[in-house]
Design a protein. Structure first.
Length: 99
């Protein structure tokens, strides 16, 4: 497989990991009011999301560090896109890092 194809696949994989992680975070926070033990729910969600995302990045890293950079870039790009999408849906247009 050529490097450019692998880098594209790594970026797609990073996007999927980002969607899973940040989408899972949003879902966890949305469902807190329905949980009897919200702290445990947040902790469990964090552990599961982090473990799966780290395993996903490890799979990319096995093929080379360059792919990891593309995957990480796409992962954090998904954070920005999901945040903007969720804020836009609530009537806000600010970036998540702004107070």
């Amino acid at each position: 497989m050529s490097d450019s194809i692998f880098w594209c696949l790594a970026a797609v994989w990073g996007s999927a990991l980002g969607l899973f992680y940040f989408g899972g975070l949003w879902w966890t926070l949305q469902s807190l009011s329905e949980r009897s033990r919200p702290r445990s729910w947040v902790a469990l969600s964090y552990v599961v999301r982090t473990a799966l995302v780290l395993a996903g990045f490890w799979l990319v890293l096995r093929k080379g560090a360059a792919g990891l950079f593309f995957a990480l870039g796409a992962f954090f790009l998904m954070r920005v896109l999901i945040t903007r999408r969720l804020l836009h849906g609530k009537g806000g247009h600010r970036h998540a890092d702004q107070p």
